[in-house]
Design a protein around this ligand. Structure first.
Ligand code: B1M
Length: 234
């Protein structure tokens, strides 16, 4: 039996446990992540802190070693699956805040891109803030976005891209909305690690959101503006 098998996560203090979670995420140990998330919650941690300090930070470390060629796709996939298991426990807790309904968002990862952890996290946080979220998943061609906004009539369209090769596709979607004459009917928010504000402005999005918390704040601001405009024109 290895030392790892002997480890009782319950015996670790909070800092040690979070450190262990970073290691377990790195090693793609799904069951250990499940257990540790539950332990932290049991110790009174708020779901948002478990998400950001344990899971997102762990995935940041995975990202560094992926970039540097120390980890490869299969290992990163295992890490992503472990992260998703943790997120699945947190999701109902994050969305059950009783926040009043603020608006509706359609969100999806663009064509050619299968990264969905960040997009799902944004979706969860938006739900927690009181938005109804329609999650289109990954690898979405322009038609998916257009059909979804026609069907669901959201206030906000969110797009996610994690690759420098896929982020230009966001402009394809915005240009298609312009061609249909519907661009200004929606707030378009974009996000993903390789983006920045200049890019968002250049493609004609309303705002770039650095992370899920910024996405929520930005969405709330735009909804407040929309309500003020409606009140002024009433
Ligand atoms: Co990929 N991958 N990956 N990958 N992957 C990156 C993105 C990369 C930066 C890694 C690296 O080299 N350092 C690199 C991209 C380089 C580039 O283009 N600049 C990369 C690469 C190259 C690739 C492949 C091409 C590798 C290969 O096949 N050789 C391949 C591409 C597949 C494809 O999409 N076609 C690939 C595959 C994969 C996996 C499948 C193994 C896996 C994805 C699993 C999954 O998502 N289900 C994976 C992962 C996990 C990563 C890293 C390690 C982690 C991404 C992540 O989940 N981060 C990533 C490294 C990195 O980003 N540093 C990497 C955690 C998440 C919480 O953060 O997604 O940034 P993030 O989301 C944040 C914000 O960006 C923002 O809020 C989120 C929460 O705070 N945000 C939004 C995101 N979307 C938003 C939308 C909004 C608002 C905010 O709308 C309003």
């Amino acid at each position: 039996m290895s030392e790892e098998d002997d480890l009782d996560l319950n015996e670790l203090d909070d800092d040690e446990l979070v450190q262990q979670m970073h290691d377990d995420l790195y090693d793609g140990l799904r069951e250990e992540i499940d257990e540790a998330v539950n332990i932290l919650l049991g110790r009174g941690w708020v779901p948002y802190d478990v998400l950001t300090k344990a899971l997102v930070e762990g995935m940041r470390i995975v990202g560094i070693d992926f970039r540097d060629g120390i980890l490869f796709v299969p290992e990163v996939l295992l890490a992503a699956n472990a992260m998703k298991a943790g997120m699945a426990i947190l999701r109902p807790l994050l969305i059950e805040t009783g926040a009043p309904r603020l608006g509706k968002m359609v969100i999806g990862t663009v064509k050619g891109d299968i990264h969905d952890i960040g997009k799902n996290l944004v979706g969860m946080m938006m739900e927690g803030a009181g938005f109804e979220v329609i999650n289109l998943g990954i690898n979405n061609p322009v038609e998916n976005y257009l059909e979804a906004i026609e069907e669901h009539e959201p206030d906000i369209l969110g797009m996610s891209a994690l690759l420098t090769t896929t982020m230009p596709y966001m402009k394809v979607v915005i240009d298609a909305m312009k061609e249909k004459g519907i661009r200004d009917d929606y707030v378009v928010l974009v996000g993903g690690a390789p983006l920045n504000e200049e890019f968002a402005t250049a493609i004609g999005a309303d705002a770039y959101c650095r992370d899920a918390a910024v996405a929520v704040e930005t969405a709330k601001e735009f909804m407040a503006r929309k309500h003020n405009q409606m009140a002024a024109s009433a």
